[in-house]
Design a protein around this ligand. Sequence first.
Ligand SMILES: Cc1cc2nc3c(=O)[nH]c(=O)nc-3n(C[C@H](O)[C@H](O)[C@H](O)COP(=O)(O)OP(=O)(O)OC[C@H]3O[C@@H](n4cnc5c(N)ncnc54)[C@H](O)[C@@H]3O)c2cc1C
Length: 411
Amino acid sequence: MTLTSVVIIGAGQAGFQVAASLRQGGFAGKISLVGDEPGLPYQRPPLSKAYLLGKIKAENLLFRPAAFFDEQQIDLIHDKAVLIDRQNQRVVLESEKALEYDHLVLATGAHNRALSIPGEHLEGVFGIKTLADADALAPRAKAARNVVVIGCGFIGLEFAAVAAAQEASVQVIDRGERLMARAISPQMSELFLKAHESWGVKFHFSQAVDQIIGENGKVTGVEKADGEVLPADLVVYGIGVIPNINLATEAGLEIENGIKVDAHLLTNDPHISAIGDVACFPCIHNQGEHTRIESVPNAMDQARSVSARLLGKAAPFISTPWFWTDQGNLKLQIVGLSTGYDSTVTLGSMETDQFSVLCFRRDQLVAVESCNRPGDHLAGKKLLSRPPELTPREARKPDFDLKAWEVAHRS
Ligand SMILES: Cc1cc2nc3c(=O)[nH]c(=O)nc-3n(C[C@H](O)[C@H](O)[C@H](O)COP(=O)(O)OP(=O)(O)OC[C@H]3O[C@@H](n4cnc5c(N)ncnc54)[C@H](O)[C@@H]3O)c2cc1C
């Protein structure tokens, strides 16, 4: 059947990309891009980094200027989708307007996990998800003297680095035992711990937060489970996200840690795809297990894959996952998924902040983490995009160079 109308719910990284790729690929039908945030679609990564430091202006966050949407005839609708009527292939919006679709793409992303403790709604307590959040936070971050960050994942630590650069006293609390524990090896955590400590950041590991304390509605401190109160005029939390599945659940789509899709990113309804942070897909880099990945490259690659399928070039989604984070002078790039690795080989030196960790599972390379070594990241990407043949024994040889090895073994 020829497609004449595609409706995309969610005008973030994945939703915007699928609309743009459809047009770029020659799709001549109607494209409706529905987003519940104000303004034009924008990129989120700088919100917890350069944008807060004032190094990037709001207009530089936009994927494309307003004229692009007119030129490409992408109907950007500022509204909220409230119902998917699968039987009649239409989406109902909050304004009660209805959009009919031949194909529907769900790109609804995720929302921040709430703290769920007393005091979480005090003035001066922030999560960072949207441009509006960052705009509200930026002046507070500049003025803050005592900052407490709850959660030491990517976003919490990016913010800790920003606050330390603005000369606040910064303390980070986390339930876990080390930095970014869900995503990186202990060796790389160690490098980031030392760097943050050198910027003056203090860490409280294996600690829960009992409550946020305030006076006259404003935050004044954070009480840990051991009773210690850390003074705070600003609290920022980053304790993970929850996929936005309500619409899909109510429509009876299959859910499994997000919207469950097949290898082609199709839901259990052949007229509906799901992509980006909300989609849980069979990942060949995670032994085929259903996996949800929260990253820009994943959102973009999945958007391109769905647009290619809608344009008649169907292929399973097999892109190699990769991630990055910028904290102070450290750029960490991760390619592959390091879940379940059983040995590591390190390259470079922690002292110079140029350091890589190669992660192996049963002698197979599964991930490359590199800090300030972009050559290792690129070589890792190439190695992991084909059946990996690098073994730990090879990588442990004196003077081993990942980039040179990749070039020498390229087929
Ligand atoms: C502060 C911050 C920093 C980040 N830094 C990095 C980084 O350095 N590197 C990296 O790879 N990734 C980073 N990420 C993650 C990255 O931004 C996400 O993985 C990516 O945006 C996912 O794209 P998405 O389209 O799935 O979701 P989103 O970009 O979140 O877009 C989803 C959109 O759908 C909208 N929506 C939801 N429900 C509805 C509805 N019913 N009707 C209409 N609209 C709806 C939402 O409001 C939102 O605008 C960061 C994220 C944040 C918040």
